[in-house]
Design a protein around this ligand. Structure first.
Ligand code: PMP
Ligand code: GLN
Length: 385
C-alpha cells in the first residue's frame, strides 16, 4: 500500500507499544507461562455466561441507552450504597463504559484542556499520562516513596498550582499492590478543599484487597466525593477482562460533562453484557468474597517462591506481586524480564515503563490471577533461578 506522504506531528511522539502487549506477545511467541499482562487464566462464572446468552437470544442486541442500561445503573447504585453507604443517582450520576480505560480516557478528555496540569503518582498505570498529553495537558509527576510506595503529601502540596485541573489516584495500586490509607484520603481532601481540582479515582481493584484492609474509596469521604469521578471495572470483579465493561460514578455536574464526551467516544457499551451483569450483581456473593479468593492465590504464589532468590515486596491489593531480583542480576528490568521469558519460560512485567524517568529499580510484576497449576509451574521455575 502506498504510504501517507504528508507531515505527521505525532500527539504522542515517545509512545511505543504498551508493555502489557509487548510482554504478552513475547510470552505467546516463546510459549512461556504468562504472568505478565493482568488477566485470569481460569473460567468465568457459567451463570454469568448463561445470562449473556439469555439476553442475546431474547433479542437484546441493539444499542444500549447512552448512559448504560437502567437495571445495571440501578444495580451499581445499590452495590455502592451497600458497600460505601453513599447514594449515587442512577439517572444522573452513573454511566456504563466500555471498560475502565475508556472511562479514564473520556474523563480526562472531558476536563483537561491545553496547558492544564494533572498530578499523577508514579509508577503509574500506563494509560493516564498519554491520555492527559493527547489533550494538551501537562503531567506533573510525584514519585511514590519506597519502601512501601507511599505518597509524599508535602511534595503534592508543592506540585499544586492554579493550573492544576486534576489529580489521578489509584487504590489498590497497579503495579505496586499498595493501598491508600484513610489518612491519605484525608490529606487529599484537605489539599483540594476549596479548589477547582477534580479527582479521578481509579478503583478497578476495589474488591481485591487483603489482610483485613478496608478499601478507602473516595466514596467514603463526602468532600472528596463531590469533586471525584470514580472508575470501576467488571473485567476485574468478574474475571472477564475481555468484556471491557466498566463504569463511572460522579456527582451530576461532573457527569453531565463526562457524558458529553462519552456519547462521542463510544456512545454506549455492549448491551447483553450489561443486562447480564445487572442480574449477577443482585447476589453480593458474586463479588463480596473476592478478597478471600485472591488472597489465597497471593499466599499460594508467595509461599511457593519463598525459598527462591527473589525478594518479595508485600502486596496488599490487586492481583499483582512485585519481586525484586537485585540479588540475582544487575541487568535492567526490561532486559531481565526478556531473559526470564527466553531462558526460563516465565513472563512478567518490568516496572520501569510505569515511570516517566529512567528507573533502575530491579522489580518485576507477576500476575497471580491464575490457576494454582499455573502459579506452581511458574514458582518451580523461579525457585530454580
Ligand atoms: N486501571 C488500572 C489500574 C488497571 O489495572 C486496568 C486494567 N488492568 C485498567 C484501569 C483498565 O481496565 P479495563 O480493562 O476495564 O479497561
Ligand atoms: N491492566 C492490565 C495490566 O495491568 C492490562 C491491561 C492492558 O493490557 N491494557 O496488566
Amino acid at each position: 500500500m502506498p504510504d501517507f506522504k504528508g507531515e505527521i506531528q505525532s500527539k504522542l511522539p515517545s509512545a511505543g507499544t504498551s508493555i502489557f502487549a509487548v510482554m504478552s506477545k513475547l510470552a505467546v511467541e516463546h510459549n512461556a507461562i504468562n504472568l505478565s499482562q493482568g488477566f485470569p487464566d481460569f473460567p468465568i462464572s457459567e451463570k454469568l455466561i448463561a445470562r449473556v446468552n439469555h439476553y442475546m437470544k431474547k433479542g437484546f442486541n441493539q444499542y444500549a441507552p447512552m448512559p448504560g442500561v437502567k437495571p445495571l445503573r440501578d444495580a451499581i447504585a445499590a452495590k455502592t450504597k451497600a458497600t460505601y453507604q453513599v447514594d449515587y443517582d442512577p439517572e444522573t450520576e452513573i454511566t456504563i463504559t466500555a471498560g475502565a480505560t475508556q472511562a479514564i480516557f473520556t474523563a480526562i478528555s472531558a476536563f483537561v484542556r491545553e496547558g492544564d496540569e494533572v498530578i499523577i503518582f508514579e509508577p503509574a498505570y500506563d494509560s493516564y499520562a498519554p491520555a492527559v498529553k493527547s489533550f494538551g495537558g501537562l503531567v506533573k509527576y510525584s514519585t511514590l516513596k519506597l519502601p512501601d510506595f507511599h505518597i509524599d503529601w508535602g511534595e503534592v502540596k508543592h506540585l499544586i498550582s492554579n493550573r492544576t485541573r486534576m489529580i489521578i489516584i489509584n487504590t489498590p495500586h497497579n503495579p505496586c499492590g499498595s493501598l491508600l490509607s484513610k489518612d491519605d484520603m484525608k490529606q487529599l481532601e484537605k489539599l483540594t478543599n476549596d479548589s477547582d481540582i477534580i479527582v479521578l479515582s481509579d478503583e478497578v481493584y476495589e474488591h481485591l484487597i487483603f489482610d483485613g484492609n478496608i478499601h478507602q474509596s473516595v466514596c467514603r469521604f463526602p468532600e472528596l466525593l463531590s469533586r471525584s469521578l470514580v472508575v470501576g471495572s467488571f473485567g476485574k470483579t468478574f474475571h472477564a477482562t475481555g468484556w471491557k465493561t466498566g463504569y463511572v460514578l460522579a456527582p451530576a455536574r461532573l457527569m453531565v460533562e463526562f457524558r458529553k464526551l462519552h456519547q462521542f467516544t463510544v456512545f454506549a457499551s455492549n448491551t447483553p453484557i450489561q443486562y447480564a451483569i445487572a442480574d449477577f450483581l443482585q447476589d453480593p456473593d458474586n463479588y463480596q468474597n473476592l478478597h478471600i479468593f485472591y488472597q489465597q492465590k497471593r499466599d499460594f504464589f508467595v509461599n511457593s517462591i519463598r525459598n527462591s532468590r527473589f525478594h518479595i515486596v508485600p502486596s496488599y491489593g490487586t492481583y499483582f506481586q512485585l519481586l525484586d531480583y537485585s540479588t540475582i542480576s544487575k541487568e535492567t528490568d526490561l532486559k531481565y524480564a526478556k531473559s526470564l521469558v527466553l531462558e526460563h519460560g516465565v513472563a512478567s512485567v518490568p516496572l520501569s515503563p510505569f515511570y516517566s524517568f529512567p528507573s533502575d529499580a530491579k522489580l518485576l510484576r507477576f500476575c497471580f490471577a491464575k490457576k494454582e497449576e499455573t502459579l506452581s509451574n511458574a514458582a518451580e521455575i523461579l525457585c530454580r533461578i
